[in-house]
Each structure stands twice: as C-alpha cells, then as structure tokens.
Design a protein around this ligand. Structure first.
Ligand SMILES: Cc1cc2nc3c(=O)[nH]c(=O)nc-3n(C[C@H](O)[C@H](O)[C@H](O)COP(=O)(O)OP(=O)(O)OC[C@H]3O[C@@H](n4cnc5c(N)ncnc54)[C@H](O)[C@@H]3O)c2cc1C
Length: 460
C-alpha cells in the first residue's frame, strides 16, 4: 500500500524547503525527502561555508596589509585553521539545523530521511516505503565531478565537500580547475598561508568570461603569489614520495607540479543517475540533466525539476528562482512566470569580486546588436582608493538604439552588491539614462556609474 500525499519533494536544496512551505500553506499534505544534510550544497559544502572561510581569509589578508593603513603589528599574522573551521562549522551548522527545524515544524509536512527513487511516474520509494502523489518535485542538486584523469584513483584528492573537513594548512595546494570554485579556494588558501598552484586546461581562467575579465582575475591572483598554469591539456596525477605530482604537459614551463594536496574543481554533475528516472519515464540530456520546459516541467506531466539538476542554472539564486516560478505558476492565476524571463547574473567571490549581469562581450557581438561600451579602471574611483582596493575595472555595455543595459561585468570592491543597481534597471526595462541622472551617495563605487556611462563609445 502506498502512502498518499498531495505533493512529494525530493531533496532539500535551495528550492525544496521553500516550496514545501508554500504547498503546505495552500493546504496540501507534503512529503519532503532528504538523503544527506538538510539544506543541500549551498548550506553544507557550497556558498555559506565557502563565503565564511573567505571572510576569514580576507581578515588575514587585511591584517597582513595593516602597515599600509597605519597599523603597528607586533608579530606575523598566522591563521589557526582549527578556529577558522570551527567558525565555518558554527555558521553553516546553524543554517543546516535551521532548515531541518523549519521543515519539521511545518504542519502537514512529513520529513523523511532517506534516499528516494522513482518506482513509477506517480510513486517514489524511500526506506522501503512507497509514497504516491500526482505532483512530484525533484530538487536533488549536484556534486563535484571527478573526471577520468590518469592516476586520479591512485592519489588522495579533495573536492569542495572534503575541503569542508580540512582543519590544517596544506603546505602546497594544487587546484585542478581555474573556474569559480577553484579560484575561490585558491585565493582563500593562499591568504591562509598555503602555497597555491592553479592548473587549468583552457587558455585562460574563468574561460566563459571575456578576455579582459580573465586577465584581470589572473593579475589579482598572481599579485598574491598564486602560480597559474594554463593550457594544461593532459592533466595526470601520481604519488611522489609524500607529495602528489600533477602532470600538466603544458606547452610552457615545467611539466609537473609537486604539491602536498590536490583539489579537484572541474565542474559539477547532477545527482540524477540513482533516482530511478527511467522508471518514471523522465528524460535527461546527455550529461544527465533533467530536461525541463520554461515552466520547469519535465516531459512527464506532474513531475517538475528545480535547481542545479535541471541544467538551467547552477546557483542558489537560480534554484530559489525556480521555486518561485513553479509556485507562482501553481497558485497565482494571474502570473505566468518563465525561466526565459530571467537575466543571467552571478558573482565570483574572489577579492575584489567579479559580478556579472547580462551578456558577455562575445554574446553581444554574436547577437548582432549595435552596442556602446564604457570601461573605467578602479584606480580612478575615490572609494576604491580610500579603501586601498584599486584592482579591477567597471564595464557597462548598452544597446545604442533602446538604451537598455546589455551586460555589465565588473571586478570591483563591493561589486557583488552594486551589480544589483544595473540588474534592477534591466528588470525594470528602463534605459541606462535613469542611472545616469540619479543622485548617488558619496563616497561609493555606485556614484561612479554615471561617470562610466558618460564614456560610452561604439563597441570595438
Ligand atoms: C564550493 C561551492 C561554492 C558555491 N558558491 C555559490 C555562491 O556563492 N553563490 C551561489 O549562488 N551558488 C553557489 N554555489 C552553487 C550552489 O551551492 C548551488 O547552485 C545550490 O546549492 C543549488 O542547489 P539545488 O537547490 O539544486 O540543490 P542542492 O543544494 O545541491 O541540494 C540537493 C539536495 O538533494 C539531496 N538529494 C540528492 N539526491 C537525493 C535522493 N535521491 N533522495 C533524497 N535526497 C536527495 C542532496 O542530499 C541535497 O541535500 C556553490 C557551489 C559550490 C560547490
């Protein structure tokens, strides 16, 4: 006999718990299933712990620069990794237990700890019990990809998950992968005091960004003593006495990097291979992502997929936005929300952070639009000079005809906050002249937006 629910949610990532609350508030009986830690990646091994660690690393960095600001330091700055980890555990742990507590306190919500598998398009098995519903929401997220590198199983390696247990200072951390996860850990551990080498297969860091962005990020990292090996086409791993040899076979420099620890940061894979999707008839693409339409419905009526597992976003905000789209389309008769309406936006939390909204230069060129662009170095922004954080630049591209903002990558102190000024203008479908005519607070980075916009020139 199957236990019937009005809705079943698999996974407690960034969409599932909020959806459970909304469904219950609408009078539905809900089952929510979690196989591991409540709150998923962001809470336990992603955003919250990494940004907490980054805060410790920033404090260490600033303390080392104390003399620049007129401080008199009595000794070298050293980092107690056990205390750094304890702070991270406390902050992430509070979120983790908060998610579980909120779910367990929801009336009419049954919380089940166990691994869920589809038995059919209407039934799910968990802990040998069959649950049934005509509405099933999949929010199973993803995990670190472990590529078939030569020797990968002959050496101990770290991923973003096992990095959470590190309470010591690696002597030399070699990071395979020069994108968001790798760069955040790289700068963080360098600031804690490790030697760090980043090995990237492609010709530049954060390869999806424009070249000037990649170059600026590289300059920031190299200025802190991080070694960067690009074009590492054939990466291999091997034991070398007590160390790990990362073979890079690059065109340039030594063919091997010897490190004490290796972190694999080479992308994510969706948690869909052990979900019984074939029994439900739910289609996935070649990489295992669940295929959804713009309302996040799968090919099987009554089954939705939200968050990283649908391949339509890989961020906490995209997963949460998925929840809002699904819930509004279910309950708000006037709203018809769609993934197609959202504007691409994200941040890389290096210091200074890269924040992006809208298109890259390459995407603008490909779109064939007539565009104008302005770029401004941070060394000419008063707030940045005052703070002693002058690396990076502000850049804005607009449509020459409509005056709408097309894209704005910026590597700027406080950038992860000020990028929202432009993002909100884009959502409002207002021309850039609105920002240009607004009066902003002095001294801020935001007050420079009108100055940058006054320099718009035809797109090169
Ligand atoms: C190191 C790192 C840093 C990051 N930093 C940021 C950041 O700063 N900003 C940002 O926006 N994003 C960041 N992300 C991405 C962000 O963490 C994810 O996009 C976000 O967690 C969305 O996840 P989700 O809702 O899809 O599911 P997840 O959070 O991955 O949760 C899925 C849940 O489903 C559970 N589950 C899986 N399969 C089953 C099953 N069969 N049965 C029951 N339960 C199951 C899992 O145990 C997990 O708890 C980061 C990611 C990493 C790895």
């Amino acid at each position: 006999m199957a236990r019937h629910f009005d809705a079943i949610i698999i996974g407690t990532g960034q969409a599932g718990p909020s959806l459970a609350a909304r469904l219950v508030a609408a009078g539905m009986a809900v089952a929510i299933i979690e196989r591991h830690k409540f709150g998923g990646t962001c809470v336990n091994t992603g955003c919250i712990p990494t940004k907490t660690l980054i805060a410790s690393a920033y404090a260490a960095h600033l303390a080392r620069r104390g003399a620049e600001y007129g401080l008199v330091a009595n000794s070298d700055v050293r980092v107690d990794m056990k205390r750094v980890k304890a702070r991270k555990d406390e902050i992430a742990g509070r979120s983790n237990s908060g998610v579980e507590k909120r779910l367990r306190e929801l009336k009419n919500c049954t919380v089940i700890h166990g691994h869920a598998r589809f038995q059919s398009s209407r039934t799910v098995v968990v802990n040998d019990e069959v649950l049934e519903s005509d509405k099933i929401f999949i929010n199973v997220g993803g995990r670190a990809s472990v590529p078939a590198l030569q020797g990968v199983h002959d050496v101990p390696f770290l991923t973003n998950s096992s990095m959470m247990e590190v309470d010591f200072l690696p002597q030399h951390l070699v990071i395979v992968g020069g994108s968001y996860v790798g760069l955040e850990f790289g700068q963080m551990y360098r600031r804690f005091g490790s030697e760090v080498t980043i090995v990237e297969m492609g010709p530049r860091l954060v390869g999806r960004e424009d070249e000037d962005v990649s170059q600026a990020v590289r300059e920031v990292l190299e200025s802190e003593g991080i070694r960067i090996r690009l074009n590492a086409k054939c990466i291999s791993l091997a034991k070398h006495d007590s160390r790990i040899a990362v073979g890079v076979k690059c065109d340039q420099g030594a063919p091997e990097v010897l490190g004490s620890h290796v972190l694999l940061a080479v992308g994510r894979v969706p948690n869909t291979s052990d979900l019984g999707l074939d029994r439900a008839g739910v289609a996935t693409d070649q990489r295992g992502y669940i295929v959804v339409d713009d309302q996040l419905q799968t090919n099987v009526p009554g089954i939705w997929a939200l968050g990283d597992c649908n391949g339509r976003g890989a961020f906490t905000h995209t997963s949460y936005n998925d929840y809002e789209i699904v819930a509004d389309n279910l309950f708000n008769a006037t709203g018809h929300r769609s993934v197609a309406d959202r504007i691409q936006t994200y941040a890389l939390f290096t210091d200074p952070p890269l924040g992006r909204c809208g298109m890259t230069d390459a995407e603008i060129r490909k779109s064939g639009r007539v565009a104008l662009m302005a770029k401004h170095p941070m060394s000419q922004v008063a707030r940045a000079v005052e703070k002693g954080e002058t690396q990076g630049f502000l850049k804005i591209a607009v449509d020459a005809e409509t005056k709408y903002i097309l894209g704005a990558p910026r590597i700027v102190t406080e950038n992860n906050e000020i990028v929202h000024i432009l993002l909100d203008i884009m959502y409002a479908r207002a021309p850039y002249t609105v920002v240009q005519r607004a009066m902003h607070i002095h001294p801020t980075v935001a007050e420079f937006l009108p100055t940058v916009l006054s320099k718009l020139k035809p797109f090169a």
